[in-house]
Design a protein around this ligand. Structure first.
Ligand code: BG6
Length: 479
């Protein structure tokens, strides 16, 4: 049997993408609350605070805040062993800079975790998933400011202490490495509350913010271990292997350099020091970073217990500029397609073998346990796709997961990767982070709501719900 006993089969979401209740229970405004709905080829806008008349999809999302008991029951029906979600920082510290937490917010997660534990579902918790308090952006300049370290650490400590007997698996920052794509306003804003391309020196701002976040993460890891030595505290990166378009050595070097941008963050989280390719880049760019001796010590002391990552696709780079499609509608794309792969409706290359490649690369590089905390395919689905049995037949999703799980098996069985769990993304339809759409659906469970925010919010299992239930029951044998 390739997957270990107690393998964490489950699903993943993030607070801002499903909870709703954006101004209930004492919750403050988060950066996700000021992002409008966008679409494929139409970036989400970041507004100056919450503006009347705008469509903010995260405000209501799928109303998990009020419906979580029914949803958890559905997850339990599927046989989930684990459920990955995040704590909305703004439910605990509405403005981010308070000295005392908001009891009503803490209570909400107590109830949610109790509900999960009632069904023996292990909560797997991200502390910061694209939802920092908006006040920290406007009042302190977001992660440009060293003070953010203390605000984050205070928040982390409160969560660790409060949930020390309910939550064992933690992650600090979601996909912390996305911001290395400094040209994307979205990536910088969701990671750090900063639009790097508008900064006087974008690279200076990026590496400074990243440093403060890495120190904050390391401090949190240290404190977490002191609160409960049984905690497993990981980092989380978005992993998209970069392939060279051709075997020209120049393309190969370009691909390697591109991967430095992905590895930089996990290198520090896992190894506790800055890699030389980064420190030499800082010198080359003449950056003047605020990094103290104490900081470097903390980085060393706060390395993670495991590495969690998301995997959706692979990317291509080329030194041949004529091959780059500048009109590519996906704002996160390199503009080059892999001729061997098919793409989703949102232009993401479907590459199951890439997940094995990812598992192997990360396992070899860090020799740490790994956890896949996001993987999945966004599809257009409406109730009109229902078959006579009244179910949406999402065969494409099933095929996607079958092919990816096959490759995970090979990584474990043939290559000896230590894999702890698999939590497909958006196990229930929710608001897309990148586009703000409801209609970019990932779920095993359909939610009746469209991009305009209309719908009953009713839930309905899709065909993949029953398929995944069988996969979990057989520990990945019956695909
Ligand atoms: C990851 C994020 O980038 O990918 C999630 O951690 C996000 O928050 C997921 O939803 C899928 O991306 P998208 O843009 O399709 O929602």
């Amino acid at each position: 049997m390739p997957f270990c006993e107690g393998f964490l089969w489950g699903g993943a979401v993030a607070a801002h993408q499903l909870e709703g209740g954006w101004n209930e229970g004492g919750k403050g405004v988060s950066i996700a609350d000021v992002m409008t709905v966008g679409g494929y080829g139409k970036p989400r806008r970041i507004t100056d605070g919450v503006v009347a008349g705008e469509n903010y999809p995260n405000h209501e999302a799928i109303d998990f805040y009020h419906r979580y008991k029914d949803d958890v029951k559905l997850f339990a029906d599927m046989g989930f062993k684990a459920f990955r979600t995040s704590i909305a920082w703004t439910r605990i510290f509405p403005n981010g800079d308070e000295t005392e937490p908001n009891e009503e917010g803490l209570k909400f997660y107590d109830d949610l975790f109790d509900e999960l534990l009632k069904y023996n579902i292990e909560p797997v918790i991200t502390l910061s998933h694209f939802e920092m308090p908006y006040n920290l952006v406007t009042k302190y300049g977001a992660w440009r400011n060293r003070k953010l370290i203390d605000f984050f650490v205070r928040y982390a400590e409160v969560c660790f202490k409060r949930y020390k007997d309910k939550v064992k698996y933690w992650m600090t920052f979601n996909e912390i490495n996305n911001q290395a794509s400094i040209d994307s306003p979205f990536m910088g804003f969701v990671n750090s509350g900063i639009i790097f391309k508008d900064e006087p020196n974008p690279w200076q701002s990026l590496f400074q913010a990243a440093h403060y976040e890495l120190v904050a993460s390391a401090k949190a890891v240290k404190i977490g271990h002191a609160v409960n030595p049984d905690f497993k505290i990981g980092c989380m990166i978005g992993y998209e292997p970069t392939y060279p378009l051709t075997c020209r050595p120049e393309d190969m070097v370009l691909a390697m350099k591109d991967m430095h941008k992905r590895h930089f963050f996990s290198d520090v989280h896992c190894r506790g020091h800055y890699p030389s390719y980064a420190t030499t880049e800082w010198e080359r760019r003449n950056l003047d970073l605020d990094i103290t001796e104490d900081d470097l010590k903390i980085l060393q002391e706060g390395t993670v217990d495991y590495l969690a990552f998301s995997y959706y696709k692979t990317n291509i780079v080329t030194t041949d500029k004529s091959k780059i499609d500048k009109d590519n509608k996906d704002e996160f794309s390199t503009g080059v397609d892999n001729p061997y792969l098919k793409k989703t409706d949102w232009g993401w290359a479907i590459d199951p073998k890439g997940i094995r490649y990812t598992l192997d690369i990360l396992s070899e590089r860090y020799e740490l346990p790994l956890m896949i905390v996001e993987n999945g395919i966004g599809l257009h689905e409406t109730r009109e796709n229902e078959q006579s049995d009244g179910m949406i037949h999402d065969d494409k999703r099933i095929a996607y997961f079958q092919a990816h799980i096959e490759q995970m098996k090979k990584a474990v069985e043939e290559d000896g990767v230590d894999l702890w769990g698999y939590m497909p993304w958006g196990c229930i339809d929710l608001v897309s982070a990148g586009t703000g759409e409801m209609e970019k659906r990932y779920g095993f469970i359909y939610v009746d709501k469209d991009n305009q925010g209309k719908g009953t919010l009713n839930r309905k299992p899709k065909k993949s719900f029953y398929w995944y239930k069988k996969v979990i029951a057989s520990n990945g044998e019956d695909l």
